[in-house]
Design a protein around this ligand. Structure first.
Ligand code: ATP
Length: 139
């Protein structure tokens, strides 16, 4: 069964969008198999965004995810094509390119505050579920 890691980032939590994001996945028919509220450690955030470590915005991104002004909601969702369809439901990474009806297209405007994260491949999903949930995929 296919699983993906979806996170509501601190801006999404702070703005009260957790229930809407969960609701969209539930109504689509996906199954929630893991859920946790946490302020990630710097180590966790750096590992999660390891691919971006050379980018100029990396330090700001890690600080934003970990400074505790608001927590992150990490989730594991299961169901047919959930990795690809989860990304479709989130919308384009840059909200300026995200269409209406997507989470980012409906709720945000800037890439640095784009509300949510979704694994972009089977390999990323496996790695991220391991990283955020210790591999169990559920807690
Ligand atoms: P995500 O992993 O969040 O779903 P993605 O994999 O589609 O996004 P990446 O290019 O890996 O996109 O970027 C990961 C995250 O880094 C983005 O969601 C965004 O929060 C942040 N980010 C990317 N580009 C920028 C930028 N130019 N300025 C600020 N933050 C950025």
């Amino acid at each position: 069964k296919e699983r993906t890691f979806i996170a509501v980032k601190p801006d999404g939590v702070q703005r009260g969008l957790v229930s809407d994001i969960i609701s969209r996945f539930e109504r689509r028919g996906y199954k929630l198999v893991g859920l946790k509220l946490l302020v990630p450690s710097v180590g966790l955030a750096k590992e999660h965004y390891a691919d971006l470590s050379s980018k100029p915005f990396f330090a700001g991104l890690v600080d934003y995810m970990t400074n505790g002004k608001a927590p992150v909601v990490g989730m594991v969702w299961e169901g047919p094509a959930v990795i690809k369809q989860g990304r479709v439901m989130l919308g384009a990474t840059d909200p300026k390119a995200a269409g209406p009806g997507t989470i980012r297209g409906d709720y945000c405007l800037t890439i640095g505050r784009n509300i949510c994260h979704g694994s972009d491949s089977a390999e990323s999903a496996q790695k991220e579920i391991e990283l955020w949930f210790g591999g169990r995929g559920e807690v």
